[in-house]
Design a protein around this ligand. Structure first.
Ligand SMILES: *Cc1c(COP(=O)(O)O)cnc(C)c1O
Length: 384
């Protein structure tokens, strides 16, 4: 019993969230301070200025590192700020291999910001690890993947790609936003770093932006701490506190998200007006076996084909329980149209290349009563 690692929910509630040493407060306090008094020149309690460090932030970083099984974590003002922080460790001439079906903001950052600084990007279909292997060059510093992808829900084999990265001496970074550490543990499968938009499932209540990089090596964590200090896109103490509060219920929320997700996916798969459903939990998903191996459940992100832009529009106009909005991972069901919302920046050609059609609708199934979500989709689909 003694050396047994505590279970996930216990870690979520207690790691970094120990009672406050000074007062015994059960909940981690918010420290809204910009600076810290120094005892004398050169002597302080480990805190000098809040861009560099803040106790609420330290606690969140300890918590998220423990949840992903990493050695340290660094939190940033948004998911994009976290991804950008990793890239600021690279220099002109460095090369990155990445998936061709990523969250729309990631290729926008890579192509329209970082490419201007001379970082090179190659986009490949990472559902086959061989494509990754072929794309890696001598100057490749990172392989960056999302699994499952947004919005097409394709999977990449984390263990296979991490083996390729080890052989080729480059690092694998996995965006684990869609599954959360509760359903997928990329570091245990060989990833070098894990990224999240904490805005989504980790915070879980659609009330704060944030991002995290979980590291496995001290060198990465030190460099990212330097980026926090030097570039300053840190997460505020209040937002850190919201995520600390959110993660306490991550396990129960994810269980319910997954239960509802499966039922909604099955309903959509049976519905005559729905042409195709993209959900790794369905047996017809081409990578259902990999999903069973790599994740402990299938989550609540579902994409489906309505056949045309006009069908998608009709459906989205009719929904009442589901809210038409970008984002995902909150307790409320959110429904969105990738072609005109999250993936508009890709352009029509870019979307066609990876299969994002105008009829696709993405749903982030919340934790409402599932009958209400299904009834809502049923009445909205009747409008098509
Ligand atoms: C939302 C999202 C991001 C970006 O995070 P922000 O917090 O919105 O900056 C990155 N990756 C994935 C998979 C996302 O869903």
């Amino acid at each position: 019993m003694k050396n047994k690692r505590p279970g996930f929910a216990t870690i979520a509630i207690h790691a970094g969230q120990e009672p406050d040493a000074e007062t015994g407060a059960v909940v981690v306090p918010i420290y809204p301070t910009s600076t810290y008094v120094q005892q004398e020149l050169g002597k302080n309690k480990g805190y000098e200025y809040a861009r560099v460090s803040n106790p609420t932030r330290t606690r969140l970083e300890e918590n998220l590192a423990a949840l992903e099984g990493g050695s340290a974590a660094r939190v940033f003002a948004s998911g994009m700020a976290a991804i950008n922080a990793i890239c600021t460790m690279y220099k002109s001439g460095d090369h990155v291999v990445c998936g061709n079906d990523l969250y729309g903001g990631v290729p926008r950052l890579f192509n329209q910001v970082l490419a201007n600084f001379g970082v090179q990007f190659t986009y490949v279909d990472t559902t086959d690890a061989k494509n990754v292997e072929r794309a890696i060059r001598k100057n490749t510093r990172m392989v960056y993947i999302e699994t499952p992808t947004n919005p097409l829900m394709s999977l990449s084999d984390i263990a296979a790609i991490s083996q390729v990265c080890r052989d080729k001496k480059t690092e694998l970074v996995v965006d684990n936003t869609f599954m959360s550490p509760y359903f997928q543990q990329p570091i245990a499968l060989g990833a070098d770093m894990v990224v999240h938009s904490t805005t989504k499932f980790l915070n879980g209540h659609s009330d704060g932006l944030g991002g995290v990089v979980v590291c496995t090596k001290k060198e990465q964590a030190d460099k990212l701490a330097f980026v926090q200090k030097a570039a300053g896109a840190i997460l505020s103490p209040f937002e850190c506190w919201l995520v600390l509060r959110g993660v306490k219920t991550l396990a129960v929320r994810m269980e319910q998200h997954d239960r509802n997700g499966r039922l909604v996916a099955e309903f959509l798969a049976r519905h005559k007006k729905v042409k195709k459903v993209f959900y790794p939990g369905l047996e017809e998903h081409p990578q259902h076996d990999l999903a069973r191996r790599q994740m402990t459940a299938f989550g609540s992100m579902i994409t489906f084909e309505t056949g045309s832009l006009s069908n998608a529009k009709k459906l989205l106009k009719k929904v009442r329980v589901c809210s038409l909005a970008e984002s995902l991972g909150g307790v409320e069901t959110l429904i969105s149209h990738p072609a005109t919302m999250t993936h508009a920046a890709l352009g029509e050609k870019g979307r066609r290349e990876i299969g994002i059609t105008d009829g696709l609708v993405r749903i982030s199934v919340g934790i409402e009563n599932v009958e209400d979500i299904v009834d809502d989709l049923d009445q909205a689909l009747a409008a098509i």
